[in-house]
Design a protein around this ligand. Structure first.
Ligand SMILES: [Zn+2]
Length: 217
């Protein structure tokens, strides 16, 4: 399955319930601009080698973005709670498009809120992930890079576009984790090249594994 369309959701509340911009509208806008660019970029072209019969990887489009202000987030949120919120937004918020096999929802969390998934915690064990649930809802979760381990020496924007590109490429090539392009030893194509980055246009993206070239590129 190939996410050719993309929708971004952003949580904007901090633990005290006061509205918090993520963490400023300029950064949120820059990430939107990144997605408008990347869905039609050479990053997608290089994934063409992973096309299979009936599932061609091709350029897509950025649908839009919305801000979620409920429920109020504390210092951590579980993956189950994120799934529940996303499902509710799909059901009740007319601004959120319905899911299909080519759509991917990216969810960004505010500074100070960690994600707990599969017994692990963001910033301690991971910097982002993608998954699927329900009746074919594909999503990725991007906690704010509040720690050195998820900043990798980069600015907030560069760290977020790098990890976003990692999850984006993996959600395209392995939409149901472990059932698509996946290596039992090394994981998904982004995992093999984790934290190796390059500039694509104005943006920092992660290198991705190429089976064809047997290298990260
Ligand atoms: Zn990965």
């Amino acid at each position: 399955m190939i996410p050719s369309e993309l929708f971004r959701c952003t949580y904007r509340l901090n633990s005290t319930g006061h509205q918090r911009v993520f963490p400023n509208s300029s950064l949120a806008n820059q990430i939107n601009d990144f997605f408008k660019f990347v869905v039609n970029s050479a990053l997608i072209d290089q994934l063409a080698e992973y096309s299979v019969a009936g599932q061609t990887i091709a350029h897509g489009s950025f649908i839009g973005t919305t801000t979620i202000v409920q429920p109020t987030l504390s210092h951590s949120v579980t993956d189950a709670a994120i799934q529940q919120t996303l499902q509710q937004e799909i059901n009740t918020n007319s601004a959120v498009p319905k899911p299909d096999a080519n759509s991917l929802y990216f969810i960004y969390l505010p500074p100070g809120t960690a994600v707990v998934q599969g017994g692990s915690r963001s910033c301690q064990a991971f910097c982002g992930y993608h998954d699927t649930f329900g009746n074919g809802i594909y999503y990725a979760v991007m906690p704010f890079p509040n720690c050195a381990g998820c900043l990798g020496g980069m600015t907030d924007l560069d760290a977020l576009t790098s990890t976003s590109s990692h999850e984006f490429c993996e959600a395209i090539t392995d939409p149901v984790p472990g059932q698509g392009w996946y290596d039992d030893t090394h994981g998904e194509i982004g995992d093999i090249c984790a934290w190796q980055t390059k500039k694509l246009g104005n943006y920092t993206v992660q290198l991705e594994w190429s089976n064809k070239d047997a290298s990260c590129k």
